[in-house]
Design a protein around this ligand. Structure first.
Ligand SMILES: Nc1ncnc2c1ncn2[C@@H]1O[C@H](COP(=O)(O)OP(=O)(O)OP(=O)(O)O)[C@@H](O)[C@H]1O
Ligand SMILES: [Mg+2]
Length: 1031
């Protein structure tokens, strides 16, 4: 019987995780029946709505019952618990299996969105797989018939890096399997272990066994589980003994790898593109789904790329073939996951269109054997033909022989009776059961270390018992009492853990890296119940104390993120204080997730003698744009060659890509294979490039008033540390480059509207360059953008000197000043970037095209465009206060301008009175002109002496304001250094001093201006008085 139906898609929203709660995340998802609406985190009116077949609100409205299971908190709650999800999806699969249909359930979503929670579950909150198995055994036990035999087989496969690993193989070490194709069965996994099962308990044990194998595989590499696909198969056979018929259903439950889109797809923009294999299976799955969706919509598609990846080969029948297929798309409700959530929902929406044609798999029992025999006969004749031709086609022969052997193995398996298979499985089960009870007993007797994995699904599987006396922790088992931990950076003898007189102590051995509760451990310390331990680069364990110390606390709180946040907090990075901007939180999360990968990269580099050091940094942590607004921050990795001191800066995507390739090479290395890499394929090598060292800001406000600025500004790096000091001038000038005199200072910038403005950027020298202090073989260049001109301008390269004399003058011309330009100058800074040159790198060159020059040779820059507001805001109270102060100051300046305008009006009336008086008395012409010339500027506007005074006052003011603004930026980038009390105290003292200085400078600045203005006003009043008297 054939049943055509489209893939049904369900969406599930999980609760906030701890990190999201700490950060005060907002929920951006709402559900009404099966319609799901997502709103933009910053613009709630910008919404997107999707319609699915099923939807599950598991975000809130739940409580934990006595058994620890999450259930709705009342009749009005719309919370969808595990049972509800099973009742829809699992029960349907069971019904289909009973009828003999194949069924597939795919779980798709970003890392941490709840795929494994839905599929496998956590503790008492059992997911679809255990509930389905449990349900299956219950039905079987209720439906016992004398002529019918039920057979259940269970298998677990993992696909990582396109390789298939059998997680239930008998060998201790999981082994890679081959994917083969046969005309009868399509793609299948050769030698896949299918364990015959009789009870639900057996399945529970197998799930645990499979997960433990996943950990063994990933002890040295962190993110394996999130990047791998887990395919659990339940094969359900109903054998009708009298009719010699077998009804078979394969239920495939697929927990897909985290779907996060690598920004710029992981390897894009990277010289080495092999890393795309990280996501090859997932990307291909996307392409297959798209192709099938197009076919379903009646479009002509030439090729469905099933063969392009291991996953899609194995899922071929689930996608557009003989299977009833469902997808559960899991999403996070948090604002920071907006992009990922949208992308998941779009993917799920496409999947809805795929149409499958499931058939009931009911065959005479002997049919498969007959088919296998026929296939083997064909294979044999092909082998003979090839042999007779005498051609050397070794590879092909090998393949054919392997297919032959696999078919024979399968025939043997089919012919082995179910009872025999069960008996063998039973023996193994008893053995495993013994180990299990032994472990349970030990948990009740000894303190132990329990593993905490980056994937919470894999946490809590490894128990390392601290038995009485002294135990050596390390890679080696060669000690009288040892806890063996195979992990990156773990030494043979890494630490000693002692259990004496009901007390446990831990002591690191030599230089071994042991981190206890976030801080590096240097001496012997007593361990407390629930202490967190990181051994080497990333082996994370929770210490569980003696049974008497345990109070049934919830240990799931101590997850991997908890460990990494604790580490980050020690480094001065924390998200726990208050509401954090979603983009800042995203960087924080990136930071704590990439950090362990960087530690691994360092370890791989060391073990492969690559001599590289990897350091995680946050780009733009302390830098701002030209308006002083925070720039978008992102995680970057600085790579330094420890011998040559060459430096590279990698984006996160590039690092993740490279790290993936490094892991592959490292795997070859530990497998004892020789690795020879040419430069082109070496993930540790890159061509030498320039490195961004730091940024300096010179505020442009003074140009509005034609005031020259002579500045010493500091270049600060991303982390806010000083890299060099720049001496430069910003000088308003005439078209021929003559600096304007003080008389030409403007009081009201609007006077410039419509006029030409010329100014020079004079870069004098760069002093105390840290980049050069570290290595004198290097050089520098300074690059800057002027008023949004598309091309950056740069200075000539200067090599080998800590104090670089540059002496470069560039003149720029705005042909007609606009109001927009005045606003721009008022609020923006000239941003100067310091670039580090290193041997063999290409120097930066200034553009020569796209530049328009005046007749005098000055660069024309009439192209100011308004900038979009930056999305990041500062959230520190103290700094906000300073900002308020600064904006108050600007308001006061506006008031002063008003005073000035009134003065100017008065001025005009005084002038006309003067003119009238002089007309009346017909004064001597020469003396009139001399007096008038004193009051005239060179631009031809008459200027009273108090106006000149006011201009001078403004000049002083703006010069001080430039300093104050840079001080403010300095404050914002200041971060506490270490974690010890003394450094923090010093930091606080220093911070208080800087804030006090800043406040003083502001006050001084303002007071000077106020005093100057009041003097001018007094002078002016005197003048008016004189005018009245004269009248
Ligand atoms: N519906 C839910 N109710 C309660 N907790 C949930 C739910 N979904 C997920 N969680 C919790 O969120 C965390 C991450 O979930 P899970 O391990 O299922 O993510 P995942 O999608 O499998 O991630 P990965 O791709 O890394 O394997 C777990 O601690 C889990 O307990
Ligand atoms: Mg998972």
């Amino acid at each position: 019987m054939l049943s055509a139906d489209s893939v049904q898609v369900a969406v599930r929203v999980r609760p906030f995780n701890q990190m999201e709660k700490d950060a005060g995340s907002c929920c951006i998802i709402s559900m009404v029946l099966n319609s799901i609406t997502v709103c933009h985190p910053r613009n709630r009116n910008n919404t997107k709505t999707f319609l699915f077949d099923l939807s599950y609100w598991s975000h809130n409205g739940f409580i934990k019952n006595k058994e620890g299971i999450l259930i709705p908190d009342g009749p009005a709650s719309k919370y969808a618990d595990q049972k509800r999800v099973f009742d829809d999806l699992g029960q349907e699969m069971l019904n289909n299996a009973w009828k003999g249909y194949n069924a597939t359930l795919l779980a798709y979503g970003q890392t941490g969105s709840g795929k494994s929670y839905s599929m496998i579950g956590y503790g008492p909150d059992r997911g679809i797989i255990p509930l389905t198995c449990d349900g299956m055994f219950k039905i079987i036990h209720q439906n016992q018939e004398p002529d019918k035999q039920y057979q259940i087989y269970f298998s677990m496969l993992e696909i990582y890096n396109e390789k298939v690993v059998d997680l239930l193989a008998e060998s201790k070490q999981p082994r890679d399997l081959k994917v083969r194709e046969s005309p009868q069965r399509g793609f299948y996994v050769e030698n896949q272990t299918l364990v015959p099962c009789e009870s639900y308990e057996q399945i529970q044990q197998l799930l645990k066994e499979g997960n433990t194998k996943r950990i063994t595989r990933s002890t040295s590499i962190n993110a394996v589980s999130s990047r791998s696909h887990l395919i659990t198969t339940i094969r359900f056979k109903q054998v009708f003994l009298k009719d010699h018929l077998t009804k078979q259903s394969d239920i495939n439950l697929v927990d897909l790898a985290g779907s996060e889109r690598q920004k710029s797809s992981g390897s894009e923009g990277d010289r080495l593109r092999e890393g795309t294999a990280i996501n090859l299976s997932l990307t291909t799955l996307g392409n297959v789904i798209s192709a099938l969706a197009e076919i379903a919509m009646g479009k002509r598609v030439l090729h469905v790329p099933y063969r392009n990846s291991t996953l899609t080969k194995l899922l071929q029948s689930a996608l557009g073939g003989n299977s009833k297929t469902r997808m559960i798309a899991t999403v996070s409700p948090a604002d920071i996951c907006y992009e990922e959530t949208l992308s998941t929902l779009r993917y799920a929406e496409r999947t809805k269109n795929i149409r499958n044609k499931a058939v009931i798999n009911e065959n005479p029992t002997e049919r498969l054997i007959l088919e296998l025999r026929a296939e083997n006969a064909k294979l044999r004749s092909t082998i003979t033909k090839i042999r007779n031709t005498g051609l050397r086609v070794e590879e092909e022969m090998k393949e054919l022989r392997q297919s032959l052997a696999e078919n024979e193995r399968q025939m043997a398996e089919i012919q082995t009776s179910w009872e025999e298979q069960l008996e063998k499985a039973q023996q193994e089960w008893e053995q495993k059961y013994k180990t299990l009870t032994q472990e349970r007993r030990m948990i009740q007797m000894f303190p132990y270390l329990v593993n905490v994995n980056v994937d919470p699904q894999l946490s809590g599987f490894v128990h390392l018992f601290v038995q009485d006396g002294e135990t050596v922790i390390g890679q080696s088992a060669g000690f009288p009492q040892a806890i063996v931990i195979k992990g990156f950076g773990v030494a043979d003898k890494h630490a000693i853990i002692t259990n004496l007189d009901n007390k446990v102590t831990l002591e690191p051995c030599g230089q071994a890296k042991v981190i206890l509760n976030g801080a590096l451990l240097l001496t012997k310390v007593p361990l407390k119940h629930l202490d967190r331990l990181i051994l080497g680069s990333n082996s994370t364990y929770l210490y569980v104390g003696f049974p008497c110390e345990r109070n049934g606390e919830d240990m799931s709180k101590y997850d991997y993120d908890f460990f990494q946040s604790e580490l980050a907090a020690v480094e001065g990075l924390s998200n726990r204080n208050k509401k954090v901007d979603p983009s800042v939180l995203a960087v924080f999360l990136d930071y704590i997730r990439v950090k362990p990968l960087v530690a691994e990269a360092n370890q791989i580099s060391e073990e492969l003698s690559k001599d590289l050091r990897f350091e995680l940094e946050v780009k733009n942590l302390a830098l701002t744009d030209s308006r002083g607004h925070d720039l978008v921050k992102e995680v970057i990795v600085k790579v330094t060659n420890k011998t040559t001191h060459q430096v590279w800066v990698w984006s996160k995507a590039k690092f993740v890509n490279r790290k993936f390739i490094m892991e592959d090479i490292y795997q070859h290395f530990i497998d004892g294979k020789t690795i020879s890499l040419d430069r082109e394929s070496d993930p540790f090598w890159d061509p030498i490039d320039v490195v961004h060292l730091g940024t300096a800001y010179v505020w442009l406000q003074s140009l509005n008033y034609c005031i020259p600025l002579e500045e010493h500004v500091e270049f600060h790096n991303s982390q806010g540390e000083e890299e060099a000091v720049l001496q430069m001038n910003l000088v308003p000038c005439t078209p021929t480059g003559q600096p304007l005199s003080e008389d030409e200072i403007l009081i009201d910038p609007t006077e410039m509207v419509g006029q030409r403005l010329d100014f020079q950027v004079q870069i004098k020298q760069c002093l105390g360059i840290r980049w050069l202090k570290q290595n004198s073989m290097r050089g520098i260049q300074i690059q800057y953008h002027v008023l949004n001109h598309p091309c950056p301008f740069c200075t000539k390269p200067i090599w080998n000197t800590v104090n670089a004399r540059i002496d470069q003058v560039m003149q720029f011309t705005v042909k007609s000043v606009s109001e927009e330009l005045l606003n721009y100058l008022q609020n923006h800074a000239l941003v100067l970037d310091l670039w580090g040159l290193q041997e063999d790198c290409t120097e930066i060159s200034s553009p020569s095209d796209d530049i328009e020059l005046t007749d005098e040779g000055s660069i024309i820059i009439d192209c100011v465009r308004p900038q979009l507001p930056s999305s990041v805001e500062i959230d520190d109270d103290q700094l906000s206060e300073l900002y308020i102060k600064l904006s108050k100051l600007e308001q006061e300046i506006e008031l002063l301008r008003d005073v000035n305008r009134t003065l100017r009006k008065d001025n005009v009336s005084i002038k006309s009175t003067l003119r009238k008086m002089s007309d009346a008395s017909r004064p001597d012409e020469k003396s009139f002109h001399r007096k008038n010339a004193e009051a005239f500027g060179s631009k031809g506007t008459p200027k009273a002496s108090y106006e000149v005074d006011f201009a001078k006052a403004l000049k002083t003011f703006y010069q001080s304001m430039n300093r104050v603004r840079n001080q403010l930026l300095g404050l914002r980038r200041h971060r506490p250094p270490g974690d010890d009390v003394e450094t923090l105290r010093l930091y606080l003292d220093n911070q208080t001093r800087i804030i006090r200085d800043f406040g003083d400078s502001l006050e001084l600045c303002m007071n000077t201006l106020k005093n100057d203005v009041s003097l001018i006003v007094k002078k002016k009043k005197g003048h008016n008085l004189w005018g009245t008297v004269a009248k």
